[in-house]
Design a protein around this ligand. Structure first.
Ligand SMILES: Nc1ncnc2c1ncn2[C@@H]1O[C@H](COP(=O)(O)OP(=O)(O)OP(=O)(O)O)[C@@H](O)[C@H]1O
Ligand SMILES: [Mg+2]
Length: 822
């Protein structure tokens, strides 16, 4: 067989000068998969018998052979018919025998020849040949082609590894266009057929043109290849660079002893989160964020954001719940332990718990405690949590104007955090705590959104299964949370919220109840808080009553607890200073410790003059007394009303005046019948800064007017409440219990109320009912009978006593009226 070894360097030892005279007949060495070119060196490996003989014979002679390529690369020993017609004549320049019996040759190519006819086949091929010289036509185009080919080829040599660099120099140094074309043709990797075509082309210009094309295509292939290559390279470089930098950073951190805190943190978070049973979408989110965290350098701003976010998720009680204690006896016991009285309230609470026990799945209503401050709403909530053995968290809705406070800010905000609900859940540590939402009536709303609708989403059993905090951006199931809300009044609670609440009203305490609460709960608690032993803080009942009456004025017991705390601190100071406790603290000692009496009975002072009547009002902080003042001047029958009254209250003032006007002769017999034509009336309700409204002051206004006109004083121990019609009928009102408690606080003993409210008396604790004188009335005359002193009553003692004081206008008028009346 004939093998060709092309070592890829045919440029060596080019010596065109060795060209010899061409004989007409030459042995032909067939070449497989290689095409010889004139003027180039071709290395060959010879193994076939016939070829070795050919070489040996040639070496014995002038060493000249013809080399012709085979067109059938697969035929091992091609015959003459399988060879091309054009080949190259060459001289064997070097020969080496390899131990395996084969030969290595280096053949210096000379001129191109054409095989004219075959002379013999054996032992090797011999043919008649004739030279086929190149046609070179000098032209500027030829020069340009040469340059272009040289330049392109040089670029190719630079780009590909299979062409040695020396070729660049060799090519640059060839000035003959045909030599250049052969050199390049021989060097390129081209299919045999294409190479043979180049060899057979006798026109040099054409061959160079063809080469330009081939070279351009080759260059393109190379550049596309290298582009791909460089893209791959770039990508690799970047990751490589990052990797190297990371490694260096790691090394530096290790050196500084700060390494891998963040990686360790990420790992810890991953473990922590893996241990939590998360809902599906939360798990997806967590995995995504963990992936991001692990791939971010700790210095990146986002790193901290993601870590905080994941820490939040890890801190929430997704799968932690406490077991409920639904033992009702236990609950009753806990409620009694923590609170005195409140029998009806406790009963309602136990009913509520009973329903929950029987139907745990029922998504019922939300308990809502409504009542004045300090009556134990929050502390009842705590007791319920204790009874159920649930975690307790208090959330204040008061003053919340921004829904983000409830629902949090989106993570894109700087310093974003979850809202109060999610924060409270984290603090609770279980997903079924008791949440007490305080002051639900004091939630505001403004441009930042409506917190009430966010709150509704929290409380509504239909919606809260999928409560979505903006920060978490994941649903959290709130349906196991037990909600209790508190409010001072339901008036300002948005309707949809109110609809979902089961309201339990807690009015204030009577003085007796306060005394019991003080003795049983507040005193022991304050003693303990101030480091006193049981026996060291003892206060007599009389002293406590004095504190309740003269040092506090409240529906609840918060001020009372504060005053007891003040006494306890003073006692603690004495004992710590080496003194010994002086037995029980009596009334005098209590007054001494607490200083000047803080509250006086207003009613006595205010009703010293005719024209002032004491009313009872309901307010969000419990009931209160309300004084209505009437005044008259010279004028022409106008009515002025002041004291920030609402429309309803103004109208009831006008109605009262009309009634009085219509009945002037009976009500104030001493006045001329045209009195109103010459006088203006002014009705004022202090405290002027507090807005007031409602119809229940009707009878009080009428009483004040009649008192003014008749000069009869309003009895100082009487207070009243009731709406009045133009015909003098008394209509029912609300909040009788609160009003009765307020009356007691203010030293009132007689209450005038509409007869239609008589059933409400049931709600009033019996001991208070017994102490107060209730007068239920149907007509205004009955009111006046009870409220006003008789005409010849003991008026003089109520005259202003300070001598020489200028009597003010009202006094002047009152005296005048009195004179008239007598
Ligand atoms: N019936 C009671 N028995 C014992 N202690 C009571 C009773 N009522 C209230 N207290 C005590 O009075 C204090 C005030 O009660 P709490 O804070 O629950 O009032 P609140 O109704 O929530 O008031 P606010 O509307 O101002 O929030 C607490 O220390 C509470 O324990
Ligand atoms: Mg409270």
């Amino acid at each position: 067989m004939i093998d060709v070894i092309n070592d890829g360097n045919p440029a060596r030892e080019i010596d065109v000068g060795t060209r010899q005279e061409l004989p007409g007949r030459l042995p032909v060495l067939p070449l497989r998969e290689t095409v010889p070119f004139p003027d180039t060196l071709t290395p060959l490996a010879i193994g076939q018998e016939r070829s070795i003989q050919l070489v040996n014979d040639a070496l014995a002679g002038d060493r000249m052979i013809a080399m012709v390529a085979s067109r059938e690369p697969d035929v091992e020993e091609p015959g003459s018919e399988q060879l091309y017609d054009v080949g190259v004549v060459g001289v064997i320049a070097r020969m080496m025998r390899v131990p395996d019996g084969t030969l290595r040759l280096l053949v210096q190519g000379a001129q191109r020849v054409h095989v004219d006819s075959w002379v013999q086949d054996r032992p090797y091929l011999v043919a008649e040949i004739s030279e086929q010289p190149d046609v070179v036509e000098e032209s500027p185009e030829l020069t340009a082609l040469m340059r272009s080919v040289q330049q392109t080829f040089s670029q190719i040599v630079e780009a590909v590894p299979y062409l040695p660099e020396e070729l660049q120099i060799a090519v640059a140094n060839v000035d003959e266009p045909n030599a250049l074309s052969h050199l390049i043709s021989g060097s390129l990797r081209l299919p045999t057929e294409q190479k043979q075509q180049l060899l057979e082309e006798t026109n040099v210009a054409k061959r160079l043109r063809r080469l330009t094309e081939l070279l351009a295509r080759e260059l393109e292939v190379i550049s596309i290849g290298s582009e791909i290559q460089s893209q791959v390279q770039n990508e690799m470089d970047r990751t490589q660079r990052e990797f190297v930098l990371r490694q260096q950073l790691k090394a530096i951190q290790e050196e500084l002893g700060e390494f891998d805190e963040s990686a360790a943190e990420a790992k810890e978070l991953r473990e922590q989160l893996a241990a939590i049973e998360l809902p599906e979408d939360a798990r997806k989110q967590v995995d995504r964020e963990l992936g991001r965290l692990e791939n971010l350098p700790p210095a990146a701003a986002e790193h901290g954001v993601i870590r905080t976010y994941l820490e939040w998720i890890a801190s929430l009680p997704w799968d932690k719940a406490t077991a409920d204690n639904l033992d009702l006896d236990h609950a009753a016991q806990v409620l009694d332990e923590d609170h005195y009285g409140l029998e009806q309230v406790k009963e309602r609470i136990l009913e509520f718990l009973a329903v929950r026990k029987l139907n745990p799945q029922a998504r019922g209503s939300i308990l809502s405690f409504v009542g004045p401050p300090g009556v134990g709403k929050t502390s009842l909530g705590k007791s319920i949590a204790r009874a159920l053995e649930r975690e307790f968290e208090r959330i204040s809705a008061g003053g919340v104007r921004d829904e983000a406070e409830i629902r949090g800010h989106r993570r894109t905000y700087i310093g974003a955090m979850p809202g109060t609900i999610i924060r409270a859940l984290r603090d609770a540590g279980s997903n079924n705590p008791l949440f007490m939402i305080d002051e639900i009536d004091k939630m505001g709303s403004d441009f930042r959104g409506d917190p009430a609708s966010a709150m509704l989403e929290v409380l509504d059993p239909e919606q809260n299964e999928n409560f979505r905090d903006h920060y978490l951006d994941l649903p959290f199931d709130l349906s196991s949370v037990m909600f209790i809300t508190t409010a001072n009044t339901l008036d300002t609670v948005p309707g949809p919220l109110r609809d979902r609440m089961e309201t339990i009203e807690i009015a204030g305490y009577t003085a007796d109840e306060k005394l019991q609460i003080a003795k049983r709960y507040l005193l022991p608690r304050q003693a303990e808080r101030n480091g006193l032993k049981r026996g060291q803080l003892r206060i007599t009942d009389a002293a406590l009553r004095a504190v309740i009456a003269d040092y506090t004025r409240e529906a609840g017991v918060r001020e009372l607890e504060r005053e007891i705390g003040a006494i306890a601190r003073k006692v603690a100071r004495e004992i710590a200073g080496g003194g010994t406790p002086k037995g029980s603290i009596g009334e005098a000692r209590a007054r001494e410790l607490l200083g000047r009496q803080r509250y006086h009975s207003e009613a006595k002072r205010r009703t010293r003059l005719p024209g002032v009547a004491t009313g009872l009002a309901w307010t969000p902080v419990g009931g209160d007394v309300l004084f209505i003042e009437a005044q008259a001047f010279d004028g022409e029958g106008n009515l002025q009303i002041t004291g920030q009254l609402g429309e309803v209250m103004k109208e009831s003032a006008a109605a009262a005046l009309s009634y009085v006007r219509g009945h002037l002769p009976e009500l104030a017999p001493g006045l001329p019948s045209d009195w109103f034509k010459t006088h203006d009336i002014h009705i004022h309700v202090p405290a002027g800064a507090i807005p007031k409204d409602g119809p229940s002051a009707g009878i009080t206004m009428a009483t004040a007017l009649v008192s003014l006109l008749s000069g009869r004083h309003v009895r100082d121990q009487v207070a009243m409440t009731g709406e009045m019609t133009l015909t003098g009928q008394v209509l029912p009102i609300g909040g009788l219990k609160d009003k009765a408690l307020a009356a007691q606080r203010n030293g009132i003993t007689t209450i005038i109320a509409p007869e239609l409210n008589e059933p409400d008396i049931e709600e009033i604790p019996e001991h208070l009912r017994n102490r107060l004188d209730f007068r239920f009335v149907g007509q205004i005359d009955e009111v006046l009978d009870v409220a006003l002193e008789p005409v010849d009553g003991p008026a003089p003692k109520r005259r202003p006593s300070s001598k020489g004081a200028e009597p003010s206008e009202d006094r002047v008028y009152a005296q005048h009226a009195e004179k008239k009346a007598t």
